[in-house]
Every structure is written in structure tokens, then in C-alpha cells.
Design a protein around this ligand. Structure first.
Ligand SMILES: C[S@@+](CC[C@H](N)C(=O)[O-])C[C@H]1O[C@@H](n2cnc3c(N)ncnc32)[C@H](O)[C@@H]1O
Length: 342
């Protein structure tokens, strides 16, 4: 086959992927989808609302039409722009299923930090806020209350679909209590308590985070069955529960710390209890789950020695900790639940 028959479009699409990415991230930053809500607006109206320069308005909006983030009724200066069904559901802050928090954080933090990926690849060192301070990641991240809040909203965005999938797909009928370790805003505990009225849940996170969860649980009217607790999962034993969940916790740490958390979960469970991790588990051959693999590169950028892992890695570590059985439950897109039974 001569080179003339090869198609370079995949190379171009991935290599230039920062173009569509940053267009969408700027649209989220400017709250374009929230301003539009359920309305249709002219380019001029949108330009005024968002403070856009006249040179930029139509290139920006029509790119978003071509990328299928906006609909446009008509062509030319009288046309009007609207949210697509997906933009309205997931990128309008007024929607209960808003997931833009993760994109807000990507825009404010990760987009810039990934500019130093090559340095991370050559040094194995983090490239985020701790690059020059050397402080532990969460200490640094949470030292600014606005950044703490932004991180909490990012987690809500990235995890919403997977938490609903766990609530739907895992059989909670045999269990009475759940402790969600590293529970952030208490989102998983609230979803589980809402889907399964017989459950009592606790969201466990650092003392600086627990009041955020408390507030969110109270706003949802779930204080009778969902509690928030503050603690340090490396310094203290985990609260005892029939089910221990960890959403994107193990991937934040190196192998020693992962094993510490897995052993702590084992100790906190009764015989028959279940340990559920929700992660972008990489396929065992490490060929397919590009998002999971890039999440692991993101852990290099954020922590240095932290990494994502395969379902068989998880099964091996849980076996070493004494768990008897492990199963993998696919969730949404690239994410899965790894479930270990004591
Ligand atoms: C990547 S976030 C995951 C949040 C949530 N579980 C989810 O999946 O959306 C990691 C969480 O671990 C918490 N965390 C970090 N270090 C901790 C520690 N030593 N003890 C308790 N929680 C900790 C963070 O505050 C943060 O909420």
C-alpha cells in the first residue's frame, strides 16, 4: 500500500484535539450554555451577554454548532442559537444534572498543567500547584477555599453518572449501612440513600470537606439517613459499615498507600461485606480504555507517583488483603466498579 492510500485524519483529530477542547472549555467558563438555558438567542445578544469581541462571536458560536454543542435555527445574521438536548441537560448550571464542574476545573487547572506533560514524562514529577511547593497535593489544593469548592464541583460532575449506575446495578438489598470513603460533597451517599430507602449512609472525608457534605446533605433533606464525618484515612481506622465505597480514591495514591486503604477497608467490613471502588479501570491488556490510561497520566500530572490500574490489578491487591472474591461491574463510558467481598 502506498502512503497515498493511508488516511491521516485520525492523527489530525487527536493531534489537534486541543482546538475543540479549549473551545468547549471557554464556552463553559463563559457560562454560554447557562445563559442560553431554554432560550434561543442571536449572535449579537450572546456576544453582549458574554462580553465577546465582534471579531470572535460567529467563529466561536458556529464552531460550537459544528461540534454539536449548539443548535442554530437558520443561517446568516438573523439566525438564533440554542442549546442541544445534551448541552441543556449537562452544561446549563440550572440543570440538576449539570456536570460542567469537571470542565470548569479542566479549564482553570488541568488544561495549563497538561502543557508540562513532557516534563512529567521525563521526570515522573507532578506538574500542578505542588510542582514548586512540594506540599502534599490535597493540603495545597484545599489551602484556597475557592479551589476546594471548584474541586468538589469537579468531582460531582465527573462522578454523577457512575454513582447513579452503581445505585442501579449493585444489589444493596442484603446490606444496611454504607460508608463512602473520600465522599467529597456526599453525592454518592445521597444517591444511594435516595435509590435505596433501607440504607443508612455515611460520607467520610477530610475535616475541611465534611462541612461541605453536611450542608449538601441538609439541602437534600437526607439528614435522617445520611451523615457526614471528618477524618484522615491514613491516620485513622475507617468507620465500620456493611459496604465500604471509594470513588476515585485508590487512583490518587502509590501502591503502598493503595494497599493501606484496601486493608483498612477489609478491617472495617463484617464477614460478607462488600468493598466497592469506582474508577476508570483500565482493561487488563492496557490497549482499549484510552480515557482510563489518560486518567493515569493525569495522576502523574497531579501527584507524580499515583496511578490508575486494571481490574486484575485490583483483584490481585484485594486477594493479598484477604478478600475472597472480586467482580467487575461496567458503569458508564470508561468507568467500572471493582467489587471485593470479604
Ligand atoms: C478524587 S476525589 C474523589 C471524590 C469522590 N469520591 C468522587 O468519586 O467523586 C478524592 C477525595 O479523597 C479525599 N481525601 C484525600 N485525602 C484524604 C484523607 N487523608 N482522608 C480522607 N479523605 C481524603 C479528598 O478530600 C477528595 O474528596
Amino acid at each position: 500500500m502506498s502512503n497515498a492510500e493511508l488516511d491521516p485524519s485520525h492523527i489530525m483529530q487527536v493531534g489537534m484535539g486541543f482546538w475543540p477542547s479549549k473551545t468547549v472549555l471557554s464556552a463553559v467558563e463563559l457560562q454560554l450554555f447557562t445563559h442560553l438555558g431554554a432560550e434561543a438567542m442571536s449572535g449579537e445578544e450572546i456576544g453582549e451577554r458574554l462580553g465577546l469581541h465582534s471579531r470572535a462571536i460567529y467563529d466561536f458560536l458556529d464552531t460550537l454548532v459544528a461540534l454539536r454543542f449548539l443548535e442554530r435555527d437558520g443561517d446568516g445574521p438573523d439566525s438564533r442559537y440554542r442549546n442541544t438536548a445534551e448541552s441543556a441537560a449537562f452544561l446549563d448550571k440550572g440543570s440538576p444534572t449539570y456536570i460542567g464542574g469537571i470542565l470548569e476545573m479542566c479549564n482553570a487547572r488541568l488544561y495549563g498543567f497538561w502543557g508540562d506533560l513532557t516534563e512529567a514524562l521525563q521526570t515522573g514529577k507532578p506538574q500542578n500547584e505542588i510542582k514548586h511547593t512540594g506540599k502534599p497535593m490535597f493540603d495545597e489544593l484545599y489551602s484556597d477555599p475557592a479551589r476546594l469548592q471548584q474541586f468538589m464541583e469537579a468531582m460531582q460532575g465527573i462522578s454523577l453518572g457512575n454513582f447513579h449506575a452503581v445505585a442501579d446495578k449493585f444489589d444493596f438489598s442484603k446490606y444496611k449501612t454504607v460508608c463512602d470513603v473520600g465522599g467529597a460533597t456526599g453525592q454518592l451517599s445521597q444517591i444511594l440513600a435516595t435509590h435505596h430507602p433501607h440504607l443508612r449512609c455515611m460520607s467520610y472525608d477530610l475535616p475541611v470537606v465534611a462541612p461541605i457534605a453536611e450542608k449538601s446533605i441538609a439541602a437534600a433533606g437526607l439528614t435522617d439517613r445520611v451523615a457526614a464525618a471528618g477524618g484522615d484515612f491514613f491516620a485513622d481506622p475507617l468507620p465500620r459499615a456493611d459496604v465500604i465505597t471509594m470513588g476515585m480514591i485508590l487512583h490518587d495514591w502509590n501502591l503502598d498507600r493503595k494497599m493501606h486503604l484496601i486493608r483498612s477497608a477489609y478491617d472495617a467490613l463484617p464477614e460478607g461485606g462488600a468493598f466497592i471502588v469506582i474508577e476508570n479501570l483500565i482493561d487488563d491488556a492496557r490497549r482499549e480504555n484510552a480515557f482510563g490510561l489518560m486518567m493515569s497520566l493525569n495522576m502523574l500530572i497531579e501527584f507524580g507517583d499515583a496511578f490508575d490500574f486494571t481490574g486484575s490489578d485490583f483483584a490481585e491487591w484485594c486477594g493479598e488483603a484477604g478478600f475472597r472474591d472480586v467482580e467487575i461491574l461496567p458503569l458508564t463510558g470508561p468507568a467500572s466498579a471493582g467489587i471485593a467481598y470479604k
